[in-house]
Design a protein around this ligand. Sequence first.
Ligand SMILES: NC(=O)c1ccc[n+]([C@@H]2O[C@H](COP(=O)([O-])OP(=O)(O)OC[C@H]3O[C@@H](n4cnc5c(N)ncnc54)[C@H](O)[C@@H]3O)[C@@H](O)[C@H]2O)c1
Length: 244
Amino acid sequence: MRGLKGKIAIVTGGLGGLGYATARRLAEEGCKVAIFDLPRDGRDMAAAIGCAYYRVDIRSPGQVKRACGAVKSRLGPVDVLVNCAAIFVCKSYDATPQDWHKILEVNVIGTSLVTKYAVGQMKPRRRGSIINFSSISGFVGQPEFATYNSTKFAIRGLTKCWAQDLGPYNIRVNCICPAYIQTRPAGKLSKKRLEDLRRIEARHLLNRKGRPEEVAGAVAFLASEDSTFITGSDLLVDGGYLAK
Ligand SMILES: NC(=O)c1ccc[n+]([C@@H]2O[C@H](COP(=O)([O-])OP(=O)(O)OC[C@H]3O[C@@H](n4cnc5c(N)ncnc54)[C@H](O)[C@@H]3O)[C@@H](O)[C@H]2O)c1
């Protein structure tokens, strides 16, 4: 992909299933990648794919500000921000205020905080690409998923608003919207689990779940100079899930 060599990228949640595949792909494309995530011992895992590691809780304004400053001093000002970190609180109409605070603090407010400090480095240079992780869950309702899905709808809304605010600075903001991605080995499955898996697979036109590297490739495209006229958009990486 064009224009990624030497770019500075931050990937939040970069030790998780999709974040790790994304950080790896961006590093392979020649980006200098900084992973923000929670584990104390993340350094070796990040180093294994040629990335730097910062232990950052994206809910903390102080930690986010310090880490973004440290990336700038160590690697240079950020060009690409991938907002991948999220948690999964899956509750329906009976969600408690604590459930709501917990998920909104990470998926919406945390995402917004990292964006604020990354944009501070992009704006003066009038360039940047921000890729937010939404989901098919940001398009449709799913049973018992109201809390999670509403944050993924919110991410699509933030994307469109930020694209308006940042377009004048040549900063593009887009959403990546995966369907079901197999992020961990399935292991040995019981008959019931196997039936559930087949049912999920059959909801995709390609009759299978996606692979993390298939999502990572789409993120790299949105980060690259092959997508310079794309902003405010939702890129479905869903094997045709929503086309039915
Ligand atoms: N896996 C899927 O099938 C799928 C489908 C659609 C969308 N998504 C989206 O993709 C993204 C990644 O999902 P995943 O399956 O890789 O999940 P995951 O749980 O494997 O990874 C999430 C990562 O975010 C990190 N994180 C959580 N809270 C954090 C915080 N406060 N500060 C910093 N890091 C924090 C976690 O430690 C973890 O490494 C999410 O935004 C999710 O909504 C996933």
